[in-house]
Design a protein around this ligand. Structure first.
Ligand code: NDP
Length: 295
């Protein structure tokens, strides 16, 4: 896969293209997100990742409006809040996200987390019902693609075996500590594009000696090594930063290649493991449940 700049794309199984690096917006307030998205668009980002749980969709929407870009020039992802699983709730939550973003349609809508505490005894039915609402939204043209987030193989298979449309995306934690070989192979088999959240290990990447050594070797920064690492695994990274100079830095990853040997060295960090819970641990479904501002 050859990527040349921020407008290069992955292609989902329905033929819709998706820009190869997104600007993440987790932990940004609306005001911060508004400025960050405006800066990101100026730098060249055309893919913004938000979620109802981040409580900043209104700021993201204001930035898109102010940017003067045509709607079709920007790819916008949002996610279903954990409290809103289920068929009717999903349709309601989707409309709320659209209203906050002040958009007529989304480019991608994701189930944020597979198993919700309140529905854990019937989580398979819960995932199916929720996904059927996603299929309706997709068929009605309200979102150009639909997908899931933090789904493990067992969760993906519930959708694949019991519903009509295979998710176009699985957004999972991916970084040098969390490689997810089996899950990525399963996604590839079903033509599901993998997006990587926490590509910089939420800032912890900067402390790892091996990544600092690689940065020196390639005359790059640790952030660039991590983002390139994702792209070379065919994972679409979503680095988050509020700093314009870092947005530029994080996008400057298209003119070097990490060798297979160095990639294997970096992968030794997988012994450190993931940030947070395994996705099969149920999450409470309170509104904003995954937003640290609400904890
Ligand atoms: P990241 O791995 O993107 O790390 C973000 C941290 O790295 C911030 O502290 C940021 O600080 C810092 N940073 C960014 N670029 C640089 C740089 N070049 N040099 C030094 N520091 C840098 O973590 P996230 O958790 O934010 O993940 C990325 C995105 O993925 C989220 O924003 C969100 O959109 C999505 N996500 C999805 C989840 C899900 O469950 N589906 C869960 C978590 C995240 P600063 O802003 O100050 O620059």
């Amino acid at each position: 896969m050859k990527f040349e700049n921020l407008q290069s794309t992955f292609t989902m199984h329905n033929g819709v293209t998706i820009p190869c690096i997104a600007l993440g917006t987790f932990k940004m307030t609306s005001e911060v997100a508004e400025q960050a998205v405006l800066d990101g668009i100026e730098v060249g980002y055309r893919h913004i990742d938000t979620a109802a749980a981040y409580q900043n969709e209104d700021g993201v929407g204001r930035a898109i409006k102010k940017s003067g870009l045509k709607r079709e020039e920007i790819f916008v992802t949002s996610k279903l809040p954990n409290a809103m699983h289920g068929y009717n709730n999903t349709l309601r939550a989707f409309n709320e996200s659209l209203e906050k973003l002040e958009l007529d349609y989304l480019d991608l809508y994701l189930i944020h987390w597979p198993v919700i505490e309140e529905h854990k005894d019937r989580y398979q039915e819960d995932i199916i019902e929720t996904w059927q609402a996603f299929e309706k939204l997709y068929k009605e043209g309200k979102t150009r693609s639909i997908g899931v987030s933090n789904f493990m193989i067992e969760h993906l298979d519930i959708i694949i075996k019991n519903t009509e449309i295979i998710p176009m995306i699985n957004q999972i934690q991916f970084n040098p500590q969390v490689i997810e070989e089996d899950l990525r192979a399963h996604c590839k088999k079903h033509n599901i594009v993998v997006e990587g959240w926490g590509p910089l290990v939420q800032g912890q990447a900067f402390d790892h000696e091996i990544l600092n050594e690689m940065a020196k070797k390639y005359n790059r920064t640790v952030a660039q090594i991590c983002i390139r690492f994702a792209l070379q695994h065919e994972v679409l990274p979503l680095p988050k930063t509020t700093h314009k100079d870092r947005m530029i830095e994080n996008a400057n990853v298209f003119d070097f290649e990490i060798t297979d040997e160095d990639r294997k060295e970096i992968e030794k960090l997988k012994v450190l493991g993931r940030l947070g819970k395994e996705p099969n641990i149920p999450r409470a479904g309170q509104p904003g449940g995954s937003n640290p501002q609400n904890k």
